[in-house]
Design a protein around this ligand. Structure first.
Ligand SMILES: Nc1ncnc2c1ncn2[C@@H]1O[C@H](COP(=O)(O)OP(=O)(O)OP(=O)(O)O)[C@@H](O)[C@H]1O
Ligand SMILES: [Mg+2]
Length: 440
């Protein structure tokens, strides 16, 4: 067993001796462990081969539970969150069917598959079954430990499990015919100006009115609020999509997205941990967006109020940029500075559309003056209204929870412009077509 210590040369085939599918002798009494994982999750390793499961457990520290089959483990589920490492013997369809059932019915279980040979087909099948990540041998111990932590972090301890989740099997969206989807980024140079409120309401309004699918991406990678604002409990985040980017295809990407049940739109939430944002580059985000554009009509991207690699790449990849500004002097000053930066970055002016938020006559700022100062025409004037914080706290955007309010009407109007824009001025049309449409 000396080769087990050298896991860089580790090959699971070494363990495939006829006698290795032994009956288990070291049954654990329960699946609690000494390892401290987020959410208090337990850790278990499953493989028919005792040597393999012991090796995998040894990579994760003391006290990891090991079992020979998923059936053995199933008897111990239901007692709290657990991360399950599936050894290479678990790739057969019967085991993956069990995993698929768990992922539908038990949100407290997160599975990670370790495989001796990673093929696109296997990755596809595993992700569709609800496996959170697939790690190929030879094992990188750090990667295994990181993955286990991330999966534990994503487990939700839910008293009751609403039927939110990825797209149901068979519901995969076909590639779009005609024009690719239109990318609309929601941006501002001032934090708290209402970007996420605008992005979630616009996406919901579009999803309900458009005859083409809509996707919402939380591009605020460190502190994204989209999941909270839509009351989603996502199984996957942008990190899962980016970490598989080289193998990702359209149907796998759809599988990683969460469906917002009230509207049917597809959401790719921000990472659960702010530190995961460092793992994501602008190039990777653009590749994701380009793939999304092949099967959804509108991709809405909620961005943070900073200029960094990811934000600049997303702005460059956008057909339209909604600049959200509150109607006060600091906001307007920041937008003015932001506009100079956007100009230096060579972002075409005709891509920019001003959204005035909390635009209220009582604030004593003249909208016409603001538009003149910014040299931008406002395409929406969203009033200040208590329905907004109420809707945020409820996790139900204003267009759904207060559809008769002035705020909802303004967001519906904004969505209407993009819908009409698609029929009257497709995304690929010249900038002048859009400029005319948006009246700037
Ligand atoms: N029109 C409005 N009327 C009343 N309150 C509003 C309005 N727009 C936004 N708000 C309030 O402001 C808060 C901040 O809005 P939001 O989260 O959309 O800002 P943001 O620009 O996305 O912030 P960040 O820069 O942190 O991402 C919301 O929680 C909401 O309560
Ligand atoms: Mg925000």
């Amino acid at each position: 067993m000396a080769e087990l210590d050298d896991f860089s040369n580790f090959n699971f085939d070494d363990f495939e001796s006829p006698g290795s599918t032994d009956t288990v002798t070291e049954e654990p009494t329960d699946i609690s462990t000494d390892i401290r994982l987020p959410n208090g999750a337990a850790l278990a390793v499953v493989d028919a081969d005792q040597a393999v499961r012991e090796y995998l457990a040894s990579q994760l520290g003391e006290g990891v539970a090991t079992v020979a089959s998923l059936v053995d483990l199933e008897q111990r589920l239901g007692m709290g969150p657990v991360v399950v490492i599936l050894g290479p013997s678990c790739v057969d369809p019967t085991d993956l069917a069990v995993v698929e059932r768990w992922s539908r019915t038990n949100p407290e279980v997160g599975c990670v598959l370790v495989t001796s040979e990673l093929t696109t087909t296997l990755l596809h099948t595993a992700l569709r079954a609800g496996v959170k990540d697939v790690i190929p041998a030879p094992i990188d111990q750090m990667q295994l430990v990181d993955t286990v932590g991330r999966v534990a972090e994503g487990l939700t301890v839910r008293p009751s499990s609403p039927a939110l989740g990825g797209i149901a099997e068979g519901d995969f969206l076909e590639p779009l015919e005609g024009e690719p989807g239109r990318v609309i980024s929601v941006f501002s140079t001032k934090g708290g100006s209402g970007k996420s409120v605008t992005a979630t309401n616009l996406a919901c309004a579009l999803a309900r009115s458009s005859d083409r699918p809509v996707a919402l991406i939380d591009g605020h990678l460190q502190f994204g609020d989209v999941s909270v604002m839509l009351k989603l409990q996502p199984q996957h985040t942008i990190v899962d999509a980016v970490s598989q980017i080289d193998k990702l295809d359209a149907s796998m990407l759809q599988q990683l997205m969460t469906v917002h049940q009230p509207t049917g739109m597809m959401v790719l939430p921000a990472p659960l941990e702010p530190t995961f944002a460092d793992q994501i580059s602008g190039d990777q985000m653009v590749r994701l967006i380009e793939m999304l554009k092949t099967f959804v009509g509108h991709v809405i991207v909620d961005l943070p109020a900073i200029f960094n690699d990811v934000v600049i790449s997303m702005l460059e990849a956008s057909d339209d940029i909604l600049l959200v500004a509150g109607l006060d002097i600091p906001n307007i000053k920041n937008v003015k500075i932001g506009l100079s930066t956007l100009s230096l970055l060579s972002i075409p002016k005709e891509h920019l559309h001003l959204v005035l938020n909390r635009a209220d006559s009582r604030v004593k700022l003249d909208v016409g003056e603001v538009e003149k100062t910014l040299q931008l025409h406002a395409v929406a004037h969203v009033p200040s209204d208590v329905v907004v914080p109420i809707s945020v706290n409820k996790g139900s955007p204003v267009v759904l929870s207060a559809p008769k309010s002035g705020v909802a009407r303004e967001f519906e109007k904004l969505a209407g412009m993009f819908l009409d824009g698609v029929s009257a001025a497709p995304a690929a049309e010249s900038a002048s077509g859009r400029r005319r449409f948006f009246g700037s």
